[in-house]
Design a protein around this ligand. Structure first.
Ligand code: TXA
Ligand code: MG
Length: 331
């Protein structure tokens, strides 16, 4: 039976309280949530997603009290980061407290914590009076969902309920900062920039070279639609399309409004020219391109810093996923 969709946070809280699994909106992407202190419920997340056990989940809380409940020791620096960026798209990896089951962290001594910036989900968390463990609500390795309909499409038959909070404001997953090591390191780029973190900490933070062992979300095969993804320079997009072999057709282009694109079966535009628009629309448009029957999705990535860095990171990984298929001539 397909999960029903509600806009009532109290209903979502009730289902979570009795060990159910619920699709919840956040400002980044939809999460697949279970009560963080119920190992049975958390195990269901792994079964539903097809996610390998041992890949750690982020615990989401209603406010910075999530640190007191789920972190073993809270440093001043961690407290300051929470004060500065929560609710918001920053996940802090910290030593875990005994309230966090092994199922959540894959047996690690650390846990990822964040306070999501979404009115309905903050209400759910307040009513539940506990944290929820939640990965992105997609099948393992696929594109993250940024609308309730995406969650239903991917997982609707396997979960108990979906809370519809509209499309996600940010559109790409949170920045993950490892604060459990002497020198903080960014494990995943996202809506909070390295420079903003450095301004709060008053020190430099390292950017991790993608390390699958450290952060499974950094696997190269992540964030992939079904079609092959090819990245193109805005000035040479028509050449990129012309060079694709016949079996790469039909080609769907994803580009900002100001980029000319000839030779594609379909051109999907981000709502505006800013990198924020691109982030908001990225997963929506990748799914739309898949739905339109694209064999190849040619994307013109946003340039510059800020959230554009996170968008380019996700696109590079989506493109690398296709590169593991048999190579295509000329592409
Ligand atoms: O924006 C987000 O972070 C979304 C929403 C739902 O909050 N969640 C999300 O979850 O993207 P997921 O499971 O798809 O990605 C979580 C990432 C994984 O790459 C995981 O390895 C990393 O967080 N992570 C979680 N706990 C960790 C830990 N203790 N140490 C290192 N990495 C951790
Ligand atoms: Mg994910």
């Amino acid at each position: 039976m397909t999960a029903s969709i509600t806009t009532d946070p109290a209903q979502a809280a009730r289902v979570l309280a009795r060990g159910g699994v619920v699709g919840l909106p956040t400002e980044t992407v939809y999460g697949l949530a279970a009560h963080a202190e119920r190992p049975d419920a958390v195990r269901r997340i792994f079964a539903i997603k097809g996610r390998p056990a041992g890949h750690p989940l982020i615990v989401h809380g209603a406010d910075a009290g999530v640190l007191d409940r789920y972190a073993a020791a809270v440093t001043d620096q961690v407290r300051r980061l929470g004060d500065a960026f929560w609710p918001g798209p920053l996940t802090l990896v910290v030593p875990r407290s005994s309230r966090v089951p092994d199922e959540v962290t894959g047996g690690r001594a650390t846990v990822g914590l964040r306070v999501p910036d979404h009115r309905l989900t903050l209400r759910v968390l307040a009513l539940l009076d506990a944290g929820v463990a939640a990965p992105s609500a997609n099948l393992f390795g696929r594109t993250s969902p940024t609308a309730a309909a995406h969650v239903r499409h991917d997982l609707g038959d396997a979960i108990d309920l979906i809370l519809d909070g509209g499309t996600c404001a940010v559109g790409v997953e949170s920045t993950i900062l490892d604060m459990s090591v002497p020198d903080p390191v960014i494990l995943r780029t996202g809506g909070v920039e390295a420079e903003q973190i450095e301004a709060v900490l008053g020190r430099a933070v390292a950017r991790s070279a993608a390390g699958p062992a450290r952060a499974p979300g950094m696997l190269e095969v992540h964030y992939a639609p079904t079609a092959r993804v090819v990245l193109a320079d805005g000035d040479h997009i028509s050449t990129t399309i012309a060079m694709l072999p016949p079996r790469a057709q039909p080609v769907v282009v994803i580009a900002p409004p100001n980029i000319a694109a000839a030779g594609a079966a379909l051109v999907l535009r981000t709502a505006g020219p800013r990198a924020e628009d691109f982030a908001h629309d990225l997963y929506l448009l990748l799914r739309e391109a898949d739905g339109a029957g694209a064999a190849t999705i040619v994307v013109v990535p946003p340039v510059g810093g800020g959230i554009a860095i996170a968008v380019r990171d996700r696109l590079r990984r989506a493109a690398a996923a296709g590169a593991t298929d048999p190579p295509e001539a000329g592409a």
